[in-house]
Design a protein around this ligand. Structure first.
Ligand code: FAD
Length: 521
């Protein structure tokens, strides 16, 4: 029988359990694990799945201490596993302590979550912290201490801890911000986070703290400064602390200076402004896409041919290029639309691309000259950075030009990525996201915002990956420094994007007249 399709995919940062790996994941793991036992046909499970996915993104940085996993009990092959954990109703959440032992003695698992658990991200996050605080020995080794600190501990802190920054979160006992941040930063070096209760009078009066929560940076010798943030809330502290000098992901090389970049990269480093978009990146992307990536298909037919047609059509319509490049894209487009056969050869397509001799005012510059997409190593950034940039630009141009079909650009992108994008795993992840939510896009503005938010989902998933350039950490973009108005905090402290302001920011950031023309041939 066909396997029952589950509610989660490989893109969700949730471990999908099967009978073959359930023991390996749940038993003797160094992380505590929250497992959702669900049935894919159950309405409450379907309704809960976006929350669980959102939780996975929200606490992604906690992974070495807390993992999320899920198992579909509706799949027949999983029935025995679900029965052995006593699952009777769906969804059920169970919290497995780190180093849970198989059967017999030892804590098998902690059942407190059970069927009665919060159905919102914030509530679940707090519940997980409660569970961690009550965690039996042995404590998950990656999990830093969560209990409040004291003057005495701070006094000797730098004798026993080799970190550059100590961030103190002053807060009331019922606040979770300090513990959340401790976990949010657990994968970063050169920084430690401790919570200080407002009742810790010695420290409160020494630093003159009057706002709870608030964050102070404390240094050896007793110097301290207050961390300046737009709002006294988790997300704002987290953005700011991750950017402190010397703070890097564990095991990652530190960011390097431009002089070092000149020695590291095969070409001379091109200085650029990080808050701008460069035409050289867009042209390099077109060059690589059309002359290298598409070239992998010697014969283009069927879905690939439709895909290439739509991609070129979108480019001819919305690419804000120099006149020579636009002339070329338009002539490639009309050539493609005129091909009535069921297939074309790449050779023929390449002939049209290179046929600049026919018309000297139509050409696509050859070669790659990365600027805003330069990486601190030759294998980092570049083309995939260019692809994202190109598609953001196109969705914004479609909006500014008043295109008629809100999904035109995104469908072209989806199908280009699906058929041609060389990174096959990326293509699979992107297709999962598109299948899940592209139908939500019903206006040109929502297309711009859809791509922005899915790109942030990818950033969230890739933060800390090998492909991350230490000089360009993956953040939820744009940062509060880049767009202060884009970020707000709810009264409960949860971060909230101001979508209207984000849209305005994107429309201006990727607008044709904001694109910098430096470094063009
Ligand atoms: P990129 O993520 O490439 O971003 C480029 C620039 O866009 C940034 O420098 C910033 O200025 C801006 N930007 C950042 N976030 C946003 C946003 N939310 N909205 C608008 N602009 C933004 N790699 C994998 O390892 N696994 C994958 O599954 C994967 N999937 C991918 C899917 C697609 C469709 C694409 C195009 C790429 C994918 N990649 C994947 C590659 C990865 O996303 C990055 O492109 C690559 O790691 C280079 O990262 P970067 O630092 O240059 O920033």
């Amino acid at each position: 029988a066909a396997a029952q399709a589950g509610l989660y995919t490989a893109s969700d940062q949730i471990v999908i359990l099967s009978p073959a790996d359930v023991e390996a994941v749940l038993w003797n793991s160094s992380a505590a694990t929250v497992v959702e036992f669900y049935a894919s046909w159950c309405g409450h499970c379907i309704a809960f799945s976006p929350v669980f996915k959102g939780l996975a993104r929200d606490i992604k940085e906690w992974k070495p201490a807390v993992e999320l996993a899920a198992i579909n009990c509706a799949a027949e092959e999983n029935r025995k596993v679900c029965t052995s954990y006593g699952i009777r109703g769906y969804p059920t959440l169970k919290f497995f302590n780190a180093y849970t032992k198989a059967g017999g003695n030892g804590t098998k698992h902690n059942e407190t979550f059970s069927l009665d658990f919060p159905r919102d991200i914030r509530g679940l996050r707090h519940k997980i912290i409660d569970q961690l605080e009550n965690h039996a020995e042995p404590w998950p080794p990656a999990c830093p201490p969560l209990e409040p600190t004291s003057q005495a501990e701070i006094d000797s802190f730098f004798e026993t801890n080799n970190v550059r920054h100590l961030a103190l979160i002053f807060e009331e006992a019922r606040s979770y911000v300090g513990r959340e941040l401790t976990l949010d930063l657990l994968q970063f070096e050169n920084i430690a986070v401790r919570r200080v209760l407002n009742t810790e009078e010695a420290l409160v009066s020494k630093l003159g703290v009057t706002t709870f929560p608030s964050c102070y940076l404390y240094y050896p010798g007793g110097n301290f400064t207050r961390l300046k943030v737009k709002a006294e809330a988790r997300a704002f502290y987290s953005y700011a602390l991750q950017r402190l000098p010397g703070v890097v992901r564990s095991g990652k090389p530190a960011p390097v200076s431009p002089d070092v970049l000149n020695n590291n990269t095969e070409e001379v480093w091109r200085p650029f402004n990080r808050s701008r978009v460069y035409m050289a990146d867009l042209e390099s992307t077109l060059h690589y896409s059309l002359r290298v990536e598409v070239a992998a298909h010697t014969v283009i037919r069927g879905e690939a041919l439709i895909s290439l047609r739509n991609y070129i059509a979108a480019l001819a319509k919305y690419f804000p290029g120099r006149p020579v490049v636009m002339n070329l894209l338009k002539s490639v487009n009309s050539w493609l639309q005129n091909q009535t056969g069921s297939e074309i050869s790449y050779e023929a397509f390449e002939g049209v691309l290179d046929n600049a001799a026919q018309s000297p005012d139509a050409a696509l510059p050859e070669g790659q000259r990365w600027v805003g997409c330069q990486g601190s190593r030759p294998h980092l950034r570049r083309y995939p950075c260019g692809v994202w940039t190109l598609f953001h630009v196109l969705t914004v141009q479609a909006k500014n030009a008043g295109g008629s079909d809100p999904q035109e650009v995104l469908s072209a992108m989806r199908s280009y990525v699906h058929v041609f994008f060389g990174c096959r795993l990326c293509a699979e992840h992107f297709e999962n996201m598109a299948r899940e939510s592209l139908t939500e896009v019903s206006t040109l503005s929502s297309a711009v915002l859809w791509l922005w938010s899915r790109h942030n989902q990818v950033n969230n998933r890739l933060a800390g990956d090998l492909s991350e350039d230490p000089n360009f950490p993956k953040i939820q973009w744009p940062s509060p420094e880049m767009c202060p108005a884009c970020h707000t905090a709810k009264t409960n402290g949860d971060h909230l994007w101001n979508k209207e302001k984000v849209l305005a920011f994107l429309l201006s950031h990727f607008a044709a007249n904001s694109i910098v023309k430096d470094y063009l041939e």
